[in-house]
Design a protein around this ligand. Structure first.
Ligand SMILES: *Cc1c(COP(=O)(O)O)cnc(C)c1O
Length: 410
């Protein structure tokens, strides 16, 4: 009989007991707004910031409403002007170019390589051609480019780096936490990332002025004195009347849910690594399928898995995705011409104006992606890999695509 997978690719783990208890306590006293504190009380949001700053080794941290808000806030703090060019990856998720557009900037897309990271040679070309002074670098799907070389290039060109770490919270490059290379690191605590509060975002920086600007931007109502992972009063006094309020605070309820999860990130990283390596092992040496090499310098969060089908025609990829879906394996094809669910193809961001990226087009045409939630066991992953491997062989080696368009009957 043909094997089938019956697990849910979108099912995350429950909130830990400690997070549930802390959330109930916040609801019990009713002070959900971060600046609504009893005398002597420290808000959950302020404690979360202090603890996440310590986790990343950053001096300052700010909790906000979403990962998208975090990126927009970082860009505004850097003073993006109307129409200003901002470099970013041609392959990332829609909130990244969206944050640039919302801050008034114009996304300038940089090619990605077949290892799914920013093409640093194209970065040099696009930086010079556009004159951009900012790069919103997306560690898309957890793949980290050579950060040493990237920082050297950006240093030479005078380009400031903001990191989108939505897929790299807890990851490292040569021992440095993701989000700590650039001026500002942005994280998401949305359900599908590495800590789960439904929605939410975090910002880290060592720069006192940036930290104060972001706190004021997020809507601190002159109550910035209640922040703990924040610079001193004198920095705010200088800025408080010139920085507009663009409300996007995090509340105490979500902060309470998140705090116990910080200490779980290292263990989650190890469990994800086991699932990720299980997928790699199960798909190794499958003819027609290319795995993404992971550099030794990278310590990644394996919460999703990608592989390439180099040179496959669209009809064959479609047939593969359909046949895997029929066996319970949900994969996303980034090369699909129409946006399905979340969009990561730059042509779908019409506001970014047409800017062809032929190399990225070739990569996306054969790029398959799937989630690996921690509710999966190593046995689940082995089964998923067996199904994909069998279908890649069947579809890839069929003489005509019509022969394999329909899933095989049992
Ligand atoms: C999820 C995500 C974000 C932002 O997330 P929010 O949904 O706004 O919290 C940013 N970048 C990437 C690559 C993402 O996947």
């Amino acid at each position: 009989m043909m094997e089938r997978f019956t697990g849910a690719f979108t099912q995350q783990e429950p909130i830990p007991e400690a997070g549930i208890a802390a959330a109930l306590a916040v609801m019990g006293h009713g002070r959900l707004h971060r600046y609504n504190t009893a005398p002597g009380e420290i808000a959950e949001a302020a404690l979360l910031e202090e603890e996440f700053a310590a986790f990343t080794g950053a001096r300052y941290c700010l909790a906000v409403a979403s990962g998208g808000y975090a990126m927009g806030c970082a860009l505004r703090a850097c003073g993006v002007q109307q129409g200003e060019p901002v470099l970013s990856n041609a392959f990332t998720l829609a909130p990244v170019p969206g944050a640039i557009a919302a801050a008034g900037g114009h996304p300038v897309l940089v090619e990605v390589t077949e290892d799914l990271v920013l093409d640093l040679d194209d970065l040099v070309l696009k930086a010079k051609a556009s004159g951009a002074r900012l790069l919103l670098l997306s560690h898309m799907r957890g793949h980290v480019c050579d950060m040493d070389r990237l920082m050297a290039i950006c240093g030479d060109l005078g380009v400031t780096v903001i990191e989108d770490c939505a897929h790299t919270m807890g990851a490292e490059w040569r021992g440095v936490p993701s989000g700590r290379h650039g001026l500002i690191g942005c994280y998401s605590t949305q359900t599908y990332k590495h800590m789960n509060s439904g929605e939410g975002g975090l910002l880290v920086t060592d720069d006192a002025e940036m930290a104060a600007r972001m706190i004021l931007l997020s809507g601190s109502y002159m109550l910035y004195g209640r922040h703990r992972a924040a610079p001193g009063e004198e920095v705010f006094r200088r800025l408080r009347l010139e920085v507009p309020n663009v409300s996007g605070r995090m509340d105490n309820l979500r902060a309470a849910v998140l705090r116990p999860q910080i200490g779980m990130l290292a263990e989650r990283r190890d469990r994800w690594a086991t699932l990720y390596r299980g997928m790699e092992a199960g798909l190794a040496a499958t003819p027609g399928l290319r795995l993404i090499p992971r550099p030794e310098e990278e310590r990644y969060m394996g919460s999703s898995f990608q592989f390439l089908l180099p040179g496959w025609e669209a009809a064959r990829v479609n047939a593969l995705v359909a046949r895997c879906a029929a066996r319970g394996v949900e994969m996303k094809w980034f090369g699909a011409p129409e946006p399905v669910a979340f969009t990561s193809r730059y042509e779908h961001w019409a506001y970014a104006k047409p800017q062809p990226c032929p190399q990225t087009d070739r990569v996306l045409a054969g790029l398959i992606d799937m989630r690996l939630p921690l509710t999966f066991s190593p046995e689940d992953v082995a089964l998923i890999a067996r199904i994909i491997r069998a279908e890649v062989l069947a579809v890839g080696q069929a003489e005509t695509v019509e022969n394999v368009a329909a899933p095989l009957a049992d």
